[in-house]
Design a protein around this ligand. Structure first.
Ligand code: 4AD
Ligand code: MG
Length: 482
């Protein structure tokens, strides 16, 4: 007897009529002591199992309840009910694990509407819910689509270290790594912690970005990408920030900024379209959820497009490319700025853009993804290439509707003397980064790259509103449960 996953079984559909099959799954619902909706996580759709109770011991029927796990042997028949082609008439039912109604009380497995906040508190159980399982399958498709894109385009996948001594972004938002005895720290002559006695013989932290090491790899392999966990101790409790997130960072030798923008646009469109092709059922479900949620929002915050239309829109439109200086002009003259509606009013050139400004440009002004470039040097990282104006750097941020910044990148400063000057200005230890400086000493070339936050991409594609709901176990300020 052939065993099937539910996705495969439903795909074969009527080809399996009158065959005996085995399926495993969890009970989503048991109606009228006769119809089981069974799900195994392979798809958002359930298979209906019909139980003729005269054929089974009452003791078995009694154990069939929401959340119980079953192995069913039965015959595939045409379904008379609406919504499904086939169903299974049970011949044998093996209860693998029961779930008592007493134990279910207070859990998100009880069949009723639970808020996303409650789901988060029971993150170990939320894989069983439609909304979270669908999100996780879409996340999986996006990750696979990312590897597929780079693989097909000649990029080498590089693993950069998670433990490092450097702060690539220079923002000082690092988690310290040590195995020193915190209750009894060794001190040096100056009375400071003596890191020479620490595990690595120096002070280390969790990486905020694999870029610097990625650049060294691109200087030999040409086109590389990294894809790993990234850690930031920024204390921003927003729906867009995690303390632990996954970042994809391509780095390409010989690329200038315009080629970097072309890559980012082509890459995003390709990955999104891969998820749309491979996750149709999940996205249909998520789109319905998105629509319902939009209706509950105040009109000003509502998305003009449904989820699928928004995805199509990104695929079918060219991303607008706009300099920071032009963006500031637009923002300065914008209605919300003049009416004092921005939390951070735009007074003039040099201001760092906040999420509210990014979203205004994308959602209200252009209504399409925007790539902003040539930012003031002061508000961007030390490694970005200085423009001839001596004021701006070849930075680029890709801004998406509903998200704001989804990608940050740049052309890199490949001229050692300019880089050195910049490091001094930013107070970055040249000795510490001797290996990074070396890449500018032996055949330095123009090169560019960017970083995509995986969870922000998952937010965009699934239409979910909070970044905590698109990663299995979120890490945020005051939260490291599970
Ligand atoms: O703009 P960021 O800080 O750029 C870098 O780290 C560069 N080293 C990338 C590069 O050029 N190779 O971060 C890149 C992206 C952001 O655009 C955002 O999508 C995501 O990473 N990101 C976060 N996602 C979730 N939580 C956070 N705290 C994030 N911080 C950044
Ligand atoms: Mg950024």
């Amino acid at each position: 007897m052939q065993s099937y996953g539910i996705k495969a079984l439903l795909e074969k559909g009527k080809d399996l009529l009158l065959q005996e099959v085995v399926v495993n799954g969890w009970v989503r619902a048991f109606r009228s002591n006769r119809f089981i909706a069974l799900n195994d996580g392979s798809t958002i759709n359930n298979i209906q199992v019909v139980v003729d109770f005269e054929n089974f011991d009452e003791s078995i029927i009694k154990q069939i309840s929401t959340a119980a796990s079953l192995q069913i042997k039965g015959e595939v028949v045409e379904s008379e009910g609406a919504g499904q082609e086939i169903e299974i008439v049970a011949k044998e039912i093996k209860v693998l694990g029961t779930a008592s109604s007493e134990d279910l009380k207070g859990t998100i497995l009880q069949p009723k509407q639970h808020s996303l906040e409650i789901l988060r508190e029971q993150a170990h159980l939320r894989f069983r819910t439609n909304v979270f399982a669908a999100t996780m399958r879409v996340r999986n498709a996006l990750m696979f689509g990312i590897h597929k894109y780079f693989n097909e385009n000649g990029f080498v996948y590089i693993n950069t270290p998670i433990i490092t001594g450097s702060d690539a972004e220079g923002a000082g938002e690092m988690f310290h790594i040590t195995n020193l005895d915190m209750e009894n720290l060794p001190k040096n002559e100056e009375g400071k912690v003596d890191y020479t006695q620490d595990f690595f013989g120096k002070s280390t932290n969790l990486t905020v970005s694999g870029q610097l090491e990625g650049e060294t790899a691109a200087m030999g392999l040409g086109k590389i990408y990294t894809f790993g966990p990234t850690f930031r101790a920024e204390n921003s409790n927003t729906s867009r920030h995690l303390a632990e997130f996954w970042m994809i960072e391509p780095e390409v030798a010989f690329f200038r900024l315009d080629q970097n923008m072309d890559l980012a646009e082509d890459f995003m469109k390709s990955v999104i379209s891969y998820a749309m092709e491979t996750c149709k059922d999940d996205l249909k479900f998520l789109a319905e959820r998105f629509d319902k949620e939009q209706k509950q929002k105040p009109e000003a915050e509502r998305s003009e497009l449904g989820l699928m239309e928004r995805l199509e829109y990104v695929l079918n439109n060219k991303f607008i490319r706009l300099s920071y200086t032009e963006a500031i002009d637009i923002l300065k003259e914008s209605k919300p700025n003049k009416k004092g509606k921005f939390k951070y009013p735009i007074e003039g050139w040099g201001a760092d853009l906040q999420s509210e400004h990014e979203r205004y440009l994308v959602e209200k002004h252009f209504k399409t993804p925007v790539i902003l470039f040539d930012y003031p040097a002061e508000i961007k990282a030390f490694y970005m290439r200085m423009n001839d104006d001596g004021k701006t750097v070849r930075a680029m941020d890709v801004l998406f509707p509903g998200i704001g910044e989804i990608i940050g990148g740049s052309e890199r400063e490949e001229r050692l003397e300019v880089l050195d000057e910049k490091m001094e200005k930013f107070g970055i230890d040249k000795e510490e980064l001797w290996w990074y400086r070396d890449t500018r000493r032996f055949g330095s070339v123009p090169h560019s790259g960017f970083g995509l936050g995986l969870e922000r991409l998952v937010l965009f594609v699934t239409g979910m509103g909070n970044i905590r709901d698109v990663i299995p176990f979120p890490r945020t300020p005051n939260n490291a449960e599970f």
